[in-house]
Design a protein around this ligand. Sequence first.
Ligand code: FMN
Length: 265
Amino acid sequence: MNGTRSVIEIINKRRSVRAWKKTPITPDHLNSIIHAAMRAPTAGNQMLYSILQVDDQQKKDKLAKTCDNQPMIAKAPLVLIFLADMQRWYDFYASSGVKELCEKKNLPYRTPKESDLLIASCDALIAAQNSVIAAESLGIGSCYIGDIMENIEIHREMFNLPKWVFPITMLCFGYPKSKNKNPKLTRRFDEKYIHFRDVYQRFGKGDFDVMYKKSIEEFNKMDNKPPYVENYGQRFYLFKTGADFSIEMERSVKKAIKDWNEAKY
Ligand SMILES: Cc1cc2nc3c(=O)[nH]c(=O)nc-3n(C[C@H](O)[C@H](O)[C@H](O)COP(=O)(O)O)c2cc1C
């Protein structure tokens, strides 16, 4: 245990870890990770999320493919999927006769819509980050996998997810393989591009030249290999925002939201 490290130090030294020892997470550590997640604040203390632990190696192997072919997922000692979850509350409402009450009182019976998905996703993500920081304090490295939002039909089938449950993020955990206690941190944008006061700020080319200076310098040093582009912005778009995985995520999330909105009790 790193009892002497402050929370701020743990946060400031954290980086994503993508290579883990095979050692399983100890039951005590697992307990701390789950309970740290469960102490997170949630909207109205409703805990609009569930945590699905994937132990089955065949399922991990499949996730490594369905989440944009990331083999490290199959090797993670601990895989947790954080689910935005309105199903539990609606099952409770059904068992409590809430719909019947609404009919009797002539009130609309509202079922989960986009707003509920967003608030449940807030709950799930805040819980997820609590688990990341708790793990980090125990010497356990983690990496988020946003690609769990892809292939909704396959993931629903694999984990028996009802329509009012959406896998908003996945976390892979393990004891880091690297012995380097002070690994290089990833770059962040300068604070002035991120932290505003009173009004939102937009930026133009001159600002972006400064904001992305280091990335632009790196791009300029690279051999321009296919897909031959003129600048860092074009390259980044092709590899991330406009890439196949983003197109699949768009399709999958659209389908999940449609089903979420249309699901009936
Ligand atoms: C929502 C979200 C989704 C992410 N998805 C992936 C992923 O699918 N694969 C991966 O290797 N890293 C993923 N990451 C990790 C980021 O790449 C990483 O946090 C970022 O590059 C900053 O690096 P750092 O965490 O080491 O500071 C994700 C992070 C977040 C917050």
